[in-house]
Design a protein around this ligand. Structure first.
Ligand code: UDP
Ligand code: MG
Length: 140
């Protein structure tokens, strides 16, 4: 499997509870390298643009407000099969379905406030990385 990069976001519910380090440890323990990282506070419009694929879903408004409710840590993770590996480390969207030991099983508060985002495919990873980072900010 090839080396990939994926976009990860530590969401406001997790930054609020000071969980950035604990979540980063799970990524690093799984062999994912954090090759770019910054803490930012999105506006609802910026969150809405990021999640526009979900614009027709009933939870979209709430999701945008939540993502703008506090700081997030946006990061680029790199490694062998990083996109799928990160999804494994994250666990299922609904923490009730997330496997033991995953970020969401341990830390998520609900299906909406579920601590982390991760890209789901190579094309979305590329777009999502470019939304937050310039090429010079990726230090592999
Ligand atoms: N979400 C929600 N209610 C739902 C499904 C999703 O609030 O019923 C939120 C949740 O924060 C999730 C995000 O919308 O992480 C994006 O949904 P997606 O299905 O892409 O899940 P993910 O890829 O984050 O596992
Ligand atoms: Mg998704």
């Amino acid at each position: 499997m090839a080396t990939e990069r994926t976009l990860s976001i530590i969401k406001p519910d997790a930054t609020k509870r000071n969980l950035t380090g604990k979540i980063n440890a799970k990524f690093e323990d799984a062999g994912l390298r954090i090759v770019a990282q910054k803490r930012i506070h999105l506006t609802p419009a910026q969150a809405g643009e990021f999640y526009k694929v979900h614009a027709e879903r009933p939870f979209y408004g709430e999701l945008c407000d939540f993502m703008a409710s506090g700081p997030v840590v946006v990061q680029v993770l790199e490694g062998e099969g990083a996109i799928a590996k990160n999804r494994e480390v994250m666990g299922a969207t609904n923490p009730a379905d997330a496997a033991p030991g995953t970020v969401r099983a341990e830390f998520a508060e609900s299906v909406g406030e579920n601590s982390v985002h991760g890209s789901d495919a190579p094309e979305t990873a590329k777009e999502e990385i470019a939304y937050f980072f310039a090429g010079l900010e990726l230090v592999g």
